[in-house]
Each structure stands twice: as C-alpha cells, then as structure tokens.
Design a protein around this ligand. Structure first.
Ligand SMILES: Nc1nc2c(ncn2[C@@H]2O[C@H](COP(=O)(O)OP(=O)(O)OP(=O)(O)O)[C@@H](O)[C@H]2O)c(=O)[nH]1
Ligand SMILES: [Mg+2]
Length: 214
C-alpha cells in the first residue's frame, strides 16, 4: 500500500507543475486521480472545493480555461490532476487537436492513474464524449466517479430525478462507476467526493498476495 489508511489532508494540496504533455509530467509513480469532463463542466472548481482552496486551480466562466495538464501534490506520492476540458468547439482546431492528443495520451499511458472523476453539468449529462470517456475508463480498469456538477442550479426534486436517471444509465458499467450530485458553490456532495478519492488513494496494492502455485 502506498499511503497509510489515514485520511488524506486535501487542504495541504500544493500546485506542482503545468505540463503540455506526459513527457513534462512528474515520474509515473505513486497515485494520480484525474478530473476530466467537458469544458466549463466545473473541474477546476471541484478541485478547489476538495482542497478547500479558492484559487488553487484557475477557474473561469470562459470555456477552455484549463489548457495544460495541471498537477497538484496532496502528499509526495499522491497527485490530483486537472485536465483540459474536451468538446469545446470555439478553440482553434489546431489548438484543440493538440490538447485532445495530450489528453488521450495521458489517459492511455499513465500507469499511476487510478481513478477518474468525470464531471458533467447536471443539466446536460452523458453527452457522447462523456459516455466515451466513462466507457474507455471502465475498459481500462479505472474507478470512475461521475460527478453531476452545478447541482445548485436545479431544485431538490429535479436533482433527484437526474441522479436516478444517470445512475440507471451507468448500471451498464457495473460497480466501477459511482454517480453523485455535486455543487462547488454550495458544497453539495463534497463529503462523497472526498471519501471516494480518499478510498481510491488508500486501498491500492492492499490486496493479500496471491498464494503461489504449487
Ligand atoms: N452555479 C455553479 N457554478 C459553478 C459550479 N462549479 C463551477 N461553476 C462555474 O462554472 C464555470 C466553469 O467552472 P470551471 O471550474 O472553470 O470549469 P472547468 O471544467 O475547469 O472548465 P475548463 O477548464 O474550461 O475546461 C465558472 O464560471 C464557475 O464559477 C457550481 O457548483 N455551481
Ligand atoms: Mg478548468
């Protein structure tokens, strides 16, 4: 096990580096948990809510704000990754292609990536690219937390309805995928996000060794 089973202190998280691609990232060891989702879904805001820091990750009302792979250290061996958003049409095509390549490469090649928080605006969840992202992550053996953001924009009953609908759609993926509602603004779902990321970071390599073949 890399981390002891004590709770991680996410408020101690510090910025490490911004990388255009995986070659510029820290060594591929320890554990990484990445935040992925469409542009403007609320990835950087969720990371700030989790770490209880207002401006750790840069947020913006202009989609496409996060253009690099931003790396944050929780402790030495555990990193949170704020990824560039996907699916934003207004960025010049050459720039978009470059980000998407860097994103795809990160997701496919990064051995230390253990879990993916896939953030979706609760008003527009499960777009094609979101479904591709979740499906791909499940196929790659990652744990996924579908996080329905900006839940403060809906009434309690609309939130419950949407949560039920997305949970039903995700049953298909089995128990690798959990779904929560979330609001960075009102801190809905923060405990669940924290509990899940903490669990992903602390239970790896913990299984008893397989008995050796006779
Ligand atoms: N009402 C509300 N607005 C939110 C919430 N989370 C984020 N926002 C707003 O949504 C916008 C985008 O938030 P970001 O956190 O920058 O989104 P992002 O997914 O990191 O965006 P990119 O980096 O461009 O991909 C900002 O104007 C935020 O203030 C939320 O929980 N509730
Ligand atoms: Mg961002």
């Amino acid at each position: 096990m890399i981390v002891s089973d004590q709770r991680l202190l996410f408020q101690n998280t510090r910025f490490s580096t911004s990388a255009p691609d995986i070659r510029h990232m820290p060594a591929d060891d320890g554990i990484e948990i990445a935040f992925a989702g469409r542009s403007n879904a609320g990835k950087s805001s969720a990371l700030n809510a989790l770490t209880r820091q207002k401006r750790l990750a840069k947020t913006s009302s202009t989609p496409g704000r996060t253009q690099l792979i931003n790396v944050f250290n929780v402790i030495d061996d555990v990193r949170l990754i704020d990824l560039p958003g996907y699916g934003f049409a207004k960025v010049p095509i050459a720039v978009r292609n470059k980000w998407q390549r860097a994103l795809g490469e990160y997701l496919q090649k990064r051995q230390c990536l253990k879990g993916l928080v896939v953030l979706m605006d609760i008003r527009h969840p499960l777009k094609d690219l979101d479904q591709q992202m979740v499906g791909w992550a499940v196929d790659s053996g990652l744990q996924v937390l579908v996080t329905l953001t900006k839940a403060d924009k809906l009434s309690q009953s609309e939130r419950s309805k949407m949560l039920k609908k997305v949970r039903e759609a995700c049953l298909f993926y089995g128990d690798q995928v959990e779904v929560i509602t979330f609001s960075s603004l009102r801190k809905f779902g923060l405990e669940q996000l924290e509990e899940t990321v903490n669990r992903w970071c602390t239970t790896h390599d913990d299984a008893p060794a397989e008995p050796e073949e006779e």
